[in-house]
Design a protein around this ligand. Structure first.
Ligand code: BES
Ligand code: MN
Ligand code: ZN
Length: 493
């Protein structure tokens, strides 16, 4: 999507759709009133013969109006509340969704009267809304592709809006990068090719190291390696560093991602129906990669570490068996009751490595960890588990600010006994009930006193049929905005 900021009075030519944001169609103001006047009152009349009330998310289309060169006018409801940047972002995304397949080639958004930061947010909303993964389509007919190629944002101070968009543009790139990673099929994106894509991000100033199986064996990462041992693809650990703090030795913040490039379940194999969705089981690693991308692209004044545990969980003659006992890098042993509870086995070693090597200020892990979190919270909320109230509260504040919803879940010590093993220090699953909680309690055993939070994003990483205008159906990039905001608000400087 080509995005331009233009002067408020820039003409909208044939081939464009002009969008205006409206709170109350009975009292048109600003650009909506001006446009209504040029169109001989067509907006007010159309609103009067429709159910358009100006409620947030409503749209109304006026085709080929007299007195206007543009193909169509699109009126977008803003709702009765104060016009925040977030409301403008959402409204702009609705405008894009309403015109993307109409035949118009340019979306001309009239934002005169709004601030430069609102104009930048509109551009951001359109970038997120227009995400599309069409890399493997070769026969798609032109009339099935989006018609809108460019967005022009007409505003009072285009130069200031462009400057404000700079930072959001990098964030959008980061989110879309994460969405691409999640969407890529597992024959293309496997541990080594994922690691290569991460390596390419050194162009942003990130330092990237890749550890292979030999190095991980030396470190004693038997828990992570056990998951990958049934795959012909070599497991990898990616270590990404951003050094942006004024004091180069400042303690870093750390993010750790579950990167199961495909999860068949292993020997505890999953049913065939819906298994293809497990190509998204590296959503945590994608979110961590996107976060590091975002921090680097805006040169955040922070030291940050991103660690990705990249494996493929396959059944095979060499695969790990139910009942196997593995030894983690921490020295603790684990009885693997179910090879499909593999994410926690990957995180166990990735988290331990992270705190041993980096002594971080905090660690946040992200993982598409349990189906049980979807049962608990539904498809809109991610589960937040934490041993530290300050970190949890900072995350909840960032969640509120970005609209990436989190819900705090408990870590009750009395459930620890549910993962006691008869032969090892613990087992990798508990009973059916409370499955996301026992998973989090398992992971906590590999946290050595560091403030830690675990985000179970199995509910939010992938949204087929999404109705959120900034999230087209499919991969969401959930977590990137949230963590970028967390760092900006609470850990920079
Ligand atoms: N990757 C899955 C969890 C998942 C489920 C992610 C649905 C996204 C959508 C995870 O590895 C898994 O298989 N979890 C099991 C755990 C069980 C064996 C204790 C589950 O949730 O069923
Ligand atoms: Mn699994
Ligand atoms: Zn999994």
């Amino acid at each position: 999507m080509n995005i331009e900021f233009v002067a408020a009075d820039a003409a909208a030519a044939k081939g464009s759709a002009v969008a205006v944001l409206v709170t109350d169609p009975a009292k048109l103001t600003g650009p909506a009133a001006a446009l209504d006047a040029s169109a001989g009152g067509a907006i007010a009349r159309s609103a009067g013969v429709s159910r358009f009330t100006g409620a947030a998310g409503q749209t109304l289309e006026v085709l080929a109006p007299q007195g206007v060169a543009a193909d169509r006018l699109v009126v977008v409801g803003l709702g009765p509340d104060a016009v925040t940047d977030q409301a403008v972002e959402t409204a702009a995304a609705h405008a894009y969704q309403a015109v993307k397949a109409t035949g118009s080639e340019v979306l001309h958004l009239r934002l005169d009267g709004l601030s430069p930061s609102a104009a930048a947010s509109a551009a951001f909303g359109v970038r997120l809304a227009s995400y599309r993964f069409d890399r493997y389509r070769t026969t798609e007919k032109a009339d099935r592709k989006p018609s809108v190629q460019a967005t022009r944002i007409a505003c009072d101070d285009p130069a200031a809006a462009k400057a404000a968009y700079e930072r959001l543009s990098g964030l959008a790139d980061a989110i879309l990068f994460a969405r691409d990673l999640v969407t890529e099929p597992a024959n293309i994106l496997y541990p080594e090719s994922f690691a290569r894509r991460v390596k390419e991000l050194s162009r942003l100033g990130l330092e990237v190291e890749i550890l292979g199986e030999k190095e991980m064996e030396k470190l004693g990462m038997g828990s992570l390696l056990g998951v990958g041992q049934g795959s012909v693809r070599e497991s990898q650990l990616a270590v990404i560093q951003w050094k942006g703090a004024p004091d180069p030795d400042a303690q870093p913040v750390a993010f750790v991602g579950k990167g199961v490039c495909f999860d068949t379940g292993g020997i505890s194999i999953k049913p065939a129906e819906g298994m293809e969705e497990m190509v998204t089981d590296m959503g945590g690693a994608a979110a961590v990669t996107g976060t590091m991308y975002a921090l680097a692209s805006r040169k955040a004044k922070v030291n940050a570490v991103g660690i990705l545990g990249l494996v493929e969980n396959m059944p095979d003659g060499n695969a790990q068996r139910p009942g196997d006992v593995v030894k983690s890098m921490s020295g603790q042993t684990i009885e693997v009751i179910n090879t499909d509870a593999e994410g926690r086995l990957v995180l166990a070693d990735a988290l331990w490595y992270c705190q041993q090597r980096f002594n971080p200020k905090f660690m946040i892990d992200l993982a598409t960890l349990t189906g049980a979190i979807v049962v608990s919270l539904g498809k809109d909320l991610a589960g937040l588990f934490s041993n530290n109230d300050e970190l949890a509260d900072n995350l909840l504040a960032a969640s509120k600010a970005t609209g990436e919803p989190l819900w705090r879940m408990p870590l009750p010590a009395q459930y620890d006994k549910l993962i006691e093993s008869a032969v090892a220090d613990m087992k990798n699953i508990g009973p059916r009930y409370g499955g996301s909680i026992t998973a989090a309690l398992f992971i906590q055993k590999f946290v050595n006193g560091v403030p830690w939070a675990h985000l179970d994003i199995a509910s939010t990483a992938f949204k087929p049929g999404s109705t959120i205008p900034t999230i087209p159906s499919g991969a969401t990039g959930f977590g990137v905005r949230l963590l970028d905001q967390l760092v900006a608000d609470s850990y920079e400087g």
